[in-house]
Design a protein around this ligand. Sequence first.
Ligand code: PAD
Ligand code: ZN
Length: 355
Amino acid sequence: MKSKAAINVEVGKPMVLDDIEIGAPGPTHVVIKQVATGVCRSQLHQIHNPALPRPLVMGHESTGIVLETGSAVTHVQPGDRVMTTWVQRDRHPTTPDPSPWTVTYNGQRARHGDRSPTGVFTWAETIVCDEQYVVKLTEEAPLDLVSIVGCAVMTGCGAVVNSAQVRPSHSAAIIGAGGVGLCVIQAAYNMGAYPIIAVDLADDKLDFAKKFGATIGINASREDPVERIIEITNGGADYVFDAIGLGKTIEQMMAATHPGVNGMSDGGMAVMVGVPHGDAPVINPRDMFVGKIWRGANGGNCRPDRDLPMFVRWYKEGRLPLDELVTRRYTLDEINPALDALAHGETAGRAIIEF
Ligand code: PAD
Ligand code: ZN
């Protein structure tokens, strides 16, 4: 089967829009007609990563309608409305590995952004993926908005509810108020955190973050975010999330987390949400010695089958304004302008591609 797709054929170069050839689906595969997909900064990292084999098919959050299922697929059937995500939906120690698909471009086997030919890819009109990356949408909800649940919402909200388990009335600071960071802010608000401090480089993004529950904004291009967070929280925040992943912001995250108090309490928690990239951070062992807790939040430590329906319910209950979070809409043909806008920091919230 042919499908129009955005393909990365060369490191750092614009995406090519062309047909890919999707091979016959295996027993555990699902073929999906795409409705919408998000544009995440992780794809920018992949486009610029020379270690990845090309051609690459990309994108890792979407919604669509199931066209076809392999013989071993039982949780969805043709016609179902589904979300795709890059974390296995209900993984157990005995869960078999997702099985590889065959997608070719110009006769060459295409890979996915994590090197494998097994993960989900979403920047194509029709996709094939293992059933483990497909979560059934049981609620009535708009497929355009819900397309960002499979990564931005899963990661940002999951980092708060699963990784950090934020407690009410505890302070939270979020470095980076982009697509993922705004989800961290909203979930921290939902859990009752206070104050909620947003850090970004642009005043308009800091204002925008207030719609998601931020109580105060710090513009890191004008002020030292560490000094300000320590001042506002009287010693450091209870939870500091880095939703960027640069060495510098990881260092800021650790420094802005409050230390423990001997004989009384542990330190606060520094939560790494953004994929680490660029220069490595300089880690000060004293930060851990004084009781600060360092926690990773890859994929928000979510189990998609359990957590994604909850985030859709949050949207329906008015506790996750996806209509505000989705700020730009493109067609697949406009993938390169969409990526350029993200790379240049012009996208507040999240952009989506509609098919
Ligand atoms: P985004 O570009 O929408 O947001 C990044 C935000 O950070 C923007 O608002 C920038 O203005 C802001 N920013 C950049 N540099 C600084 C700085 N030095 N200080 C303060 N603010 C700054 O990206 P995104 O939200 O799609 O992704 C953010 C990161 O999270 C990115 O590295 C991506 O790869 C990673 C990610 N990780 C996971 C995961 O599971 N770990 C999932 C999805 C995304
Ligand atoms: Zn992502």
